[in-house]
Design a protein around this ligand. Structure first.
Ligand SMILES: Nc1ncnc2c1ncn2[C@@H]1O[C@H](COP(=O)(O)OP(=O)(O)OP(=O)(O)O)[C@@H](O)[C@H]1O
Ligand SMILES: [Mg+2]
Length: 344
């Protein structure tokens, strides 16, 4: 059982666990008596008080699958809670390096998890503000000489106190150009990652293989990144559950038949080009809602109740181009997620 699972369990069981003596007063001294170092710290209480439990529960609830990712996040939370407790008790402590890399295919949840991570790190007191600034190469690197440093510094200024999320980070490095301006951005980033790591967390994101090559050519990045988190592709079943969850949050639901049709949609869609995991599902649902609206509008259905307005039927999914397309690229290829309705 992981450390935080234990914490969870203990707090569910109430006070008086056998590992700690039951104390009447909160163990952490909060009153401003600087001279006194507290002698004990109640981690469980800290965990609740900082709202860390809320974030972790939200993560578990809202995100389907991603078990290894969730585990890593819980471990990070435990590490930071313990570091903080050690500091309070006057033990040797070191601000842990938290720069990370998130690798995985499109639509596997990297941006979503980065947002949650920013919130968590803020609640744990690691970063001051907890916002996320998401950028790509073009936000950091200029077109002309002398433009890159001010651009990069401006972004860094914006991101201070929060998380800087660099999507497709490997585009920063272009070995084919002898003096690419990307190199300038890289040097500034490396410096800040080292010197201001207690106020800025950098997350590099992208495809795993390209990121590996990027780290090989830029060992400075590799050595500054403590956590590599891999985001696996979702299984068909996970994608179906992601769809159900997305619809639920929008007050829609699938009929039983529609569920089966969507399951088959997922199987087909996966084999076609530009498949982007949960993002493809989100797009498919947008179009299903469009078809549902058209069906209700054009059909002679009489007055509609909430049930009818919330129901996605099999035909709303079965009309998708995905069912008409052969796997792989072919002459008549059209992006499976292109909006068909607007072509009429
Ligand atoms: N595990 C999940 N459970 C529920 N919804 C998810 C999950 N993963 C991703 N999503 C949803 O799928 C969409 C795409 O996710 P996100 O943008 O985080 O992916 P990404 O890995 O950053 O993709 P990209 O590489 O395309 O930027 C978002 O709407 C997100 O809410
Ligand atoms: Mg993203």
């Amino acid at each position: 059982m992981s450390y935080l699972d234990q914490l969870n369990k203990q707090s569910k069981e109430g006070r008086g666990s056998d590992s700690e003596p039951a104390t009447e007063k909160p163990a952490v001294v909060e009153t401003a008596d600087e001279a006194d170092t507290p002698t004990t710290v109640d981690l469980k209480r800290e965990y609740e008080k900082a709202g860390v439990r809320d974030v972790l529960e939200e993560l578990d609830r809202e995100l389907i699958g991603l078990a290894p990712v969730k585990k890593r996040i819980r471990e990070t939370a435990a590490l930071l809670l313990v570091e903080r407790a050690r500091r309070r008790l006057g033990l040797a402590h070191e601000t842990p390096t938290l720069h990370m890399s998130f690798t995985g295919n499109p639509g596997t949840g990297k941006t979503t998890v980065a947002l949650k991570m920013a919130n968590l790190l803020h609640r744990l007191g690691y970063i001051r503000k907890g916002h996320l600034v998401s950028v790509t190469r073009d936000d950091l690197v200029g077109q002309y000489i002398g433009h890159t440093a001010p651009k990069t510094k401006e972004i860094l200024k914006k991101a201070m106190g929060g998380v800087l999320f660099i999507d497709e980070a490997y585009y920063l490095y272009r070995p084919e150009n002898e003096r690419d301006y990307g190199q300038e951005a890289i040097e500034i980033l490396l410096q800040v990652m080292e010197n201001q790591r207690d106020d800025l967390v950098v997350i590099l994101a992208g495809y795993a293989d390209r990121m590996d090559r990027f780290f090989e050519s830029n060992p400075g990045f590799r050595s500054r990144i403590a956590h590599h988190i891999d985001f696996p592709d979702y299984s068909d079943n996970e994608l179906l559950h992601i769809a159900i969850g997305m619809l639920e949050r929008q007050n829609y639901h699938l009929t039983e038949e529609a569920k089966a049709t969507l399951a088959s949609y997922i199987e087909h869609r996966r084999q076609q080009p530009h498949f982007a995991n949960a993002r493809s599902i989100r797009n498919a649902l947008d179009r299903a809602r469009l078809r549902q609206a058209n069906r209700l509008f054009e059909g002679d259905t009489g007055p509609l109740d909430a049930e009818k307005l919330s129901e996605i039927a099999a035909e709303d999914i079965a009309a998708s181009r995905v069912f008409r397309q052969k796997p792989g690229l072919n002459a008549e290829y059209v992006h499976p997620e292109r909006d068909e309705e607007t072509e009429r």
